[in-house]
Design a protein around this ligand. Structure first.
Ligand SMILES: O=C(O)c1ccccc1NCC(=O)[C@H](O)[C@H](O)COP(=O)(O)O
Length: 260
């Protein structure tokens, strides 16, 4: 079993408990009281690099990263630094996150908020929107083609912007064929956890230039951002470097608006 399979198995186990507590019909009814979704695309399409700044406590590859007792405070610093979106890892077992983190962040900032999780069912999409998420992540490696397409369509119907994440050539072709507008290239292989910093440069040419290309993982400063922008990235998704920085506002600002 790969790391990704193991994470998804845990996600499904937690999910079935939540589904027992709140049925899909009740969750859908809650959508009526939720703020309309915020559109991240104008910011992400603007010239110069955009930053999707992540709230990430720990990870399978690095263990504990930061306590983050107040995710809203961290998100406020990211927003002040000019983040285009804030990514909140809501997976509990391996990343220490929750939907409560997402709700707190959404209430604290005007910036669009991404539910970063291992989404494999419609329920999780409705749950994301009901908690206030503006974007949702779909990881191509975790989904067969029919499920990927169905979840992509359902997310769009809910008003969510979808970040479709790829790691290799075949996944990239699947994301492009899907019509994904926002495609994240993750340098971290989710099966081995190794980072290959040539992944974005290899896969970006396979993605048409009318899509927004996001470089993800292993990004530590403006020099990394400049390199990825030179290879066609409009945005970078950064976790570890920001949660460990004593001045996350300045760290986001330094990675924002970088030109090739
Ligand atoms: O971060 C991990 O170890 C990890 C392991 C397995 C699946 C996903 C994982 N991370 C999710 C992410 O994609 C990253 O949090 C995100 O790209 C930010 O990466 P970084 O800046 O390197 O923290």
């Amino acid at each position: 079993m790969s790391v990704l399979d193991d994470i998804v198995a845990g996600v499904r186990a937690d999910l079935s408990e939540r589904e027992e507590q709140t049925g899909l019909a009740d969750l859908r009814a809650a959508l009526a009281d939720v703020d309309p979704p915020r559109d991240p695309m104008p910011h992400l399409r603007a010239p110069g690099s955009s930053v999707i700044a992540e709230v990430k406590r720990r990870s399978p590859s690095k263990g504990d990263l930061a306590d983050i007792p107040d995710p809203a405070e961290l998100a406020t610093a990211y927003a002040a630094g000019g983040a285009a979106a804030i990514s909140v890892l809501t997976e509990r077992r391996r990343f220490g996150g929750s939907l409560d983190d997402l709700r707190a962040v959404r209430a604290a900032v005007d910036t669009p908020v991404l539910r970063k999780d291992f989404i494999v069912t419609s329920y999780q999409l409705v749950e994301a929107r009901a908690a206030g998420a503006d974007l949702a992540l779909l990881i191509v490696a975790a989904l067969d083609d029919d499920t990927l397409r169905r979840l992509h369509d359902e997310a769009r119907e809910l008003g969510l912007t979808v970040l479709v994440e790829v790691h290799d050539e075949v996944e990239t072709e699947r994301a492009v064929a899907l019509g994904a507008e926002l495609i994240g290239v993750n340098a971290r292989n989710l099966k081995t956890l190794e980072i290959h910093d040539d992944t974005f440069g290899r896969l970006a040419p396979l993605i048409p230039d009318d899509r927004v290309k996001v470089a993800e993982s292993g990004i530590f400063g403006p020099a990394d951002v400049r390199r990825f922008v030179g290879e066609g990235a409009r945005a970078v998704l950064v976790g570890e470097a920001l949660v460990k920085d004593g001045d996350p506002q300045a760290a986001v600002a330094a990675m924002t608006g970088v030109q090739a």
